[in-house]
Design a protein around this ligand. Structure first.
Ligand SMILES: C[S@@+](CC[C@H](N)C(=O)[O-])C[C@H]1O[C@@H](n2cnc3c(N)ncnc32)[C@H](O)[C@@H]1O
Length: 208
């Protein structure tokens, strides 16, 4: 089986596991596999985010922390990354990694599905692969605006809808839909990056 087919089969298996069980430790470990860097381009993503050192960032739906550690490096020792997730096992994984790697600028936050429970306003809410899981997104992001500092931004990456796996198991969202919902929630599109083949990547700011 060639690489492309193996990759597609693994993605299909992951989509089935996720749709049946939610995120298990296995799915989080798969998401954190370093081979993901090839298509996910985490350094390129973080570069586009233009994060100032000392910033406060929320990694909304942090999962196993794939992006959390890149964000922690970008904010530096005086900044803070809140690794937010509704799954206890995600929070546990991040907490363990935080202790073992000695990364005190990361703080795991156990969220509720309708409330990120951020302890303070942040400069950037970053979210990769989470947008599609959030219910009543317009209301969610409208109320999230209160957790943004002046000039605060929201970066949303999510998978382009396509193919049978997406149709059967996904509830994926087109980038135009993200933009429309975010505008309804009171945001303006700042940037629309074409950096990652599989995902759209847009950055928003409050419109007033
Ligand atoms: C596909 S995973 C992406 C994880 C990580 N961002 C990454 O790129 O590897 C989506 C994550 O969003 C979390 N999630 C789903 N709904 C959420 C919500 N309302 N608030 C916070 N996290 C949520 C899930 O528990 C899961 O860990």
């Amino acid at each position: 089986m060639n690489y492309w087919l193996r990759r597609k089969s693994l993605d299909a298996l992951l989509a089935v596991v996720l749709s049946l069980t939610g995120c298990t430790e296995w799915t989080y470990r798969h998401m954190n596999d370093p081979s993901r860097d090839v298509w996910q381009k985490p350094q390129g993503v973080v570069e586009k985010l233009s994060i100032a050192r000392g910033s406060r960032v929320a990694d909304l739906g942090a999962g196993g922390g794939y992006f959390t550690w890149h964000l922690a490096k970008a904010v530096g020792s005086r900044g803070t990354v809140y690794a937010v997730d509704i799954e206890e096992r995600a929070i546990d994984m991040i907490f363990k990694e935080m202790v073992s790697s000695g990364t005190p600028n990361v703080r795991p936050v156990r969220a509720e599905p309708h409330d990120p429970r951020l302890p303070e306003p942040v400069d950037l809410v970053f979210s990769c692969g989470t947008y599609r899981h959030i219910h009543d997104r317009v209301a969610y992001f409208r109320s999230l605006a209160a957790s943004l500092r002046p000039g605060g931004r929201v970066a949303i990456l999510d998978v382009h809808p396509h193919g049978i796996v997406s149709g059967l198991f996904g509830h994926r969202v087109k980038k135009e839909e993200v933009r429309r919902e975010m505008e309804d929630a009171g945001y303006l599109l700042l940037e629309d990056y074409d950096l990652i083949d599989r995902q759209h990547f847009q950055i928003f700011a409050k419109s007033n």
